[in-house]
Ligand binder design. Structure first.
Ligand code: ATP
Ligand code: MP5
Length: 273
């Protein structure tokens, strides 16, 4: 039998938590990387006991274990692009930022996971401070949702105008190169509309709204798709646009599993075979 080897494949790294329900976190990220034909590597930061109804327990990894995973991947396999998700505490955030800097990982997308779907804060104020000071300045893009943007700016967000103000504030005050304020948590016409700002251009990025309750993992999936596109060599804005299209279709193929909020469907075209 002829053996065909793939000699060149882009590699992406996700530094995030595990979701036992398989809808968000590392599990969503690796599926998204695979869909984009990008080899996915991972550094697990915490283990969540989670399903479509919520999170019942979180166990943090020791920061040194997170560092060892990042080093193992970077030193041997290499990383074309990386993303961070649930980092949980200030020790892990500080350790991750140090590694990203030491290993000179460029193309870092930070999904600042801070707030649960119900609006509850998942990391304490001290961890938010360390995130702002150490990790955000290393990111090419930060992708807060409505509630995370509120925490980062102090601006209450109820409208597109306030999403724009928050995007401008984050760019100006938090030393990030570009920001995408996500509108999945908005109501009415703004639901599913995101705001991009890179210091020069402010863009409203929108697709059709998807009428589904099964939206678990949208934030992770969007950031992972952006990261995969960067690993494939796309420029940042194109990477964001393509990722937004991907999430929209994944939402239309969302999985109706469990009693609560089901996850998006990452491999939707395969369902058509
Ligand atoms: N019903 C929807 N229709 C279209 N796009 C949506 C919908 N819900 C979320 N999105 C899009 O999904 C992406 C993720 O945004 P969202 O605000 O949901 O992130 P998140 O809050 O981090 O994710 P999650 O809700 O999974 O915690 C954004 O591009 C957003 O516009
Ligand atoms: C382990 C883990 N990481 C992240 C999220 C939030 O994910 P999302 O914002 O995509 O729903 C989650 N629920 N669990």
């Amino acid at each position: 039998m002829d053996v065909t080897k793939v000699s060149r494949v882009p590699v992406a790294l996700t530094i995030a938590g595990s979701d036992s329900g398989g809808g968000a976190g590392i599990q969503a990220d690796l599926r998204t990387f695979a869909f984009h034909c990008v080899h996915g590597t991972s550094a697990v930061t915490c283990i969540t006991a989670q399903n479509t109804l919520g999170v019942t327990r979180v166990d943090a990894m020791p920061p040194e274990a997170v560092v060892a995973q990042i080093q193992a991947v970077a030193e041997d396999i290499g990383v074309q692009a990386a993303k961070t998700g649930m980092l949980l505490n200030k020790e892990i955030i500080g350790a991750v930022a140090k590694q990203v800097e030491l290993l000179q990982i460029e193309n870092l997308v930070v999904d600042p996971v801070m707030v649960s779907r119900a609006g509850a804060q998942l990391i304490d104020d001290e961890a938010v401070k360390i995130l702002r000071e150490t990790l955000l300045p290393l990111a090419v893009l930060v992708t807060p949702n409505r509630y995370e943007a509120q925490i980062l700016t102090g601006i209450e967000i109820n409208s597109l105008l306030e999403m724009k103000l928050a995007a401008e504030y984050i760019h100006q005050h938090l030393a990030v190169k570009a920001v995408l304020v996500k509108g999945g948590g908005m109501t009415g016409l703004e639901r599913g509309t995101d705001v991009w700002f890179d210091g020069e251009t402010l863009e409203i990025i929108t697709t059709q709204q998807v009428d589904t309750k099964n939206t678990h993992g949208t934030g992770c999936t969007l950031a992972a798709a952006i990261t995969a596109n960067l690993a494939r060599g796309e420029n940042l804005f194109t990477a964001v646009q393509k990722a937004k299209d991907y999430v929209t279709v994944a939402l239309t193929y969302a999985l109706d599993i469990g009693k609560g909020t089901g996850p998006v469907g990452h491999f939707y075209p395969l369902l058509q075979i």
